[in-house]
Design a protein around this ligand. Sequence first.
Ligand code: THU
Length: 130
Amino acid sequence: MSHDLFEAAKAAMAKSHSPYSSFPVGAALRTADGRVFAGANVEIASFPEGWCAETTALGHYIMAGGGEISEIAVVAARMDKVTPCGGCRQRLAEFTRPSTKVHLCDANGVVETVTMGEMLPYGFDGETLR
Ligand code: THU
C-alpha cells in the first residue's frame, strides 16, 4: 500500500469528534480509479447515536458516486492495530469483495494487512434479498 492512504486515514482521525471515549479513529478507502475517501468517528451525547470512522468514509464514497474499492486503511492512535467493529465489517462488505485488502494501522503506519473475507467469514450475504 502506498503511504498516502494511511496518511489520509490519519488526517481524518485528527478530525474525530470523540469527547466521550477519547478514542479517535480514522478510516480511508481508495477506489480502483484512484479516488480516496476518508472519515472519522463521531460521538454523540446520547451514546448509541454515534458512528464509526469507516461509516463516515463510506458515506463520502457513496455520495461521490461509489465505484470499485481497492483497499481500505483504518487507524486508531490508542491501539497498536485497530480492527473494524462487527457492524463496520458488514457495512464495508456491502461495497467490497472478499479479496479486498484492509490495512490495520497504528499511529506510524500499517501493522498488518488482512482481506475482507478473513475479517468477515460467514458474513450476511444480501444477495438473497435482491
Ligand atoms: N470506532 C470506530 O470508529 N471504528 C471501529 O471500527 C471501532 C470503534 C469508534 C467508535 C467509538 O467512537 C470509539 O471508536 C470507541 O468505541
